[in-house]
Write a protein that binds this ligand. Structure first.
Ligand code: NAP
Ligand code: ZN
Length: 360
């Protein structure tokens, strides 16, 4: 099922998964013509989020094949609709997870369109015109201007791309839980992958003491060195975990696979909060004792609104925060996906869609 409308006249080259093997192959398809609210963007770079892997392999049972993944998109505006005048040709822009929302509900009115119950995503969504959305593993994307952000001039387009999903997904719960503008907290980050490594950078930029809780002892040197973490715990080492009991104010859990929240919750002080952003296909284990004995809270969070995404981008511009990326060519997407599945990436793959390695 690849629904297009008569308005889908723009031929685009991309890469898609066609079944649950997840194998990505070149795929030519049509996008809608640039409408009055749209900008057309020449895609330069697109990050490979673990969510892309979940969709490619149909982990969540909701994939509409063929799926063109990609929601960490940076590029340059090449066409502007009559209502989209806040952008002009040549602007450096980014597109994240959101493609459409109702624009009327309390959440849309409040710049929290990510919680609109009619939210449609950049890929594997159904756009307003009834067509299936296709993501950033493609050379051109047409996006409604209300879901497009500007990229600060001082940031390179490749290492900025993952901020459009990984970045905003960790920024939003940090802000929402009082971790922005109140330095000196003890913060934990569980899982040092694409999301986790940005969370460490944000935690340090916001003045916190940051502890990484990881299954990979091999990541300790980098976590404490390049990423600036203060502490590192191996989650399978019960001695280390017990030593950290009741030490943290706030924990962000970014793990992509099933695991127990019990030992992690024990790390929180009384009344502490754990926000989970990871999306394993199996339910997390949530024992009640660490919850009730420590009056602790567990919350979720999904990406962020567009205003907040722009705020995060501008902050990254001011603090010069980008992601640690490995730039690949489109013909090696499958290898990269295999390595991502094996937890072998430091810390985000980014596809050089336009065929150049540059700092545009
Ligand atoms: P990633 O780069 O693969 O990082 C996930 C990390 O989780 C790994 O680096 C690893 O860190 C840890 N991990 C992996 N398998 C594990 C296991 N079996 N037990 C314990 N830890 C394990 O993935 P990502 O792109 O950061 O995405 C992480 C999750 O967030 C995915 O499920 C993705 O779908 C979800 N996500 C959610 C949102 C949202 O809006 N809520 C947005 C984007 C992504 P260590 O080696 O340090 O243990
Ligand atoms: Zn993502």
């Amino acid at each position: 099922m690849a629904q297009e409308t008569q308005n889908h006249t723009l031929t685009v080259s991309g890469w898609a998964a066609h079944d649950s093997s997840g194998e990505i192959k070149p795929y030519t398809f049509k996008r809608r013509e640039n409408g009055e609210n749209d900008v057309t963007i020449k895609v330069l770079y697109c990050g490979i989020c673990h969510t892309d892997l979940h969709y490619a392999k149909n982990d969540w049972g909701i994939t509409m094949y063929p799926v063109v993944p990609g929601h960490e998109i940076t590029g340059v505006v090449i066409k502007v609709g009559s209502n989209a005048g806040k952008f002009k040709i040549g602007d450096r822009v980014g597109v994240g997870c959101l493609a459409a929302s109702c624009l009327e509900c309390e959440f849309c009115a409040n710049s929290q369109e990510n919680y609109c119950d009619q939210i449609q995503f950049t890929y594997n969504g159904i756009f307003w015109d009834g067509s299936i959305t296709y993501g950033g593993y493609s050379n051109v994307i047409v996006a409604d201007y209300r879901y497009v952000v500007r990229i600060p001039e001082n940031l390179p387009m490749d290492s900025v791309a993952p901020l459009l999903c990984a970045g905003i997904t960790v920024f939003s719960p940090l802000k929402d839980n009082g971790m922005l503008g109140s330095p000196g907290k003890k913060m934990g980050v569980v899982g040092l992958g694409g999301l986790g490594h940005v969370a460490v950078k944000f935690g340090k930029a916001f003045g916190h003491h940051v502890t990484v809780i990881s299954t990979s002892p091999s990541k300790e040197t980098e976590a404490k060195g390049r990423l600036g973490a203060d502490d590192f715990m191996v989650s399978t080492n019960s001695q280390q975990m017990q030593a950290g009991n009741r030490s943290l104010d706030f924990i962000l859990d970014t793990v992509s696979a099933k695991h127990s929240l019990g030992p992690i919750l024990e790390l929180l002080k009384v009344d502490g909060t754990l926000v989970t952003v990871g999306a394993p296909d199996q339910p997390l284990e949530l024992p009640s004792f660490p919850l009730i004995f420590g009056k602790r809270s567990v919350k979720g969070s999904m990406t962020g609104g567009i205003r907040e995404t722009q705020e995060m981008m501008d902050l990254c511009g001011q603090h010069n925060i980008t992601c640690d990326v490995e730039v690949i060519t489109p013909d090696t997407i499958n290898e990269a996906m295999d390595r991502l599945a094996k937890n072998d990436v430091r810390y985000r793959f980014v596809i050089d869609i336009a065929g150049r390695i540059s700092n545009l």
